[in-house]
Write a protein that binds this ligand. Structure first.
Ligand code: SAM
Length: 247
């Protein structure tokens, strides 16, 4: 790709989108995140202001995303939901220059941080969408277009009354499956036992997906440690991984 500047990444013409899009109103109502008012560091703010137009788009813009024009090539698409500060995103993208990585996040300081790293490390294969992944998935990502989803340490929502806020549940997992190409995968990691068990049940119950392992996955050695994982290990939390493929 010659230039990182994106031109018209949003398609005008209506292309096939998920048929479940209109029947999942429930996933819009309950948010899986709380927007923290955490301040951006001056560097994050500067990166957010200057680099956003080059490497990022807003999730509430109309129309399906044209990934070919977004990345400047037709390479395979891997989407990370909730990349946090984006360190793992950058690490994985640098090691896999032939894959396009689309990171979704609502937290502006994290977006600023990843934008800074993209520029500093001259990473060509990451783009960012700012917004709620459930809405972005329903409205902006084409069916059968994604090779992989990475969901590293989604907010565990530990209290029972908050479980409805958990991201990895049906019908959202059905929607993710609809976006995957056959053979594509969902790779989730959690340090919260109850959420990992819950996600295992939800993913097992998603008809289009099969577990690649008898239950939890073996540790995928290629995944760099994330910011959240560092804290989890410090608290001696056990890390559980889940790896499901679209049949
Ligand atoms: C616990 S943090 C983990 C961050 C990172 N993956 C890590 O391991 O360090 C979860 C992240 O998911 C983001 N998030 C939660 N729900 C989201 C949603 N619906 N759309 C986009 N991002 C979301 C939060 O803003 C937060 O940054």
């Amino acid at each position: 790709m010659d230039s990182p500047v994106m031109n018209s990444p949003v398609m005008d013409s209506p292309v096939m989108n998920s048929p479940v899009m209109n029947s999942i109103t429930g996933i819009r109502a309950i948010k899986s995140f709380v927007l923290r008012s955490g301040r951006m560091s001056p560097a994050q703010k500067r990166s957010y202001e200057t680099l956003f137009p080059i490497y990022a788009i807003k999730g509430d813009e109309k129309g399906l995303i044209d990934c070919h024009s977004l990345f400047g090539n037709g390479g395979p698409l891997h989407i990370e939901i909730g990349f946090g500060m984006g360190r793992a995103t950058a690490g994985i993208a640098i090691k896999n220059p032939g894959i396009n990585y689309l990171g979704i996040e609502v937290h502006k300081p994290g977006i600023g941080r990843l934008l800074w790293e993209i520029e500093k490390m001259d990473i060509k294969n990451i783009r960012i969408i700012e917004g709620d992944a459930t809405e972005i998935m329903a409205n902006k990502i084409q069916d059968n277009s994604v090779s992989a989803f990475h969901i590293f340490f989604p907010d565990p929502w530990q209290k029972k009354r908050h479980h409805k806020r958990r991201l990895v549940k049906r019908p959202f997992t059905d929607l993710l499956a609809a976006k995957l190409l056959p053979g594509g995968y969902i790779y989730m990691v959690s340090d919260w036992e109850d959420y990992a068990d819950w996600a295992l049940r939800e993913l097992n119950a998603t008809p289009a997906l099969v577990n690649k392992y008898p239950a939890f996955s073996e540790s995928q050695k290629w995944r760099p440690e994330t910011e959240f994982e560092k804290k989890a290990r410090f608290k001696n939390h056990e890390i559980r991984e889940l790896f499901f493929q679209k049949v």
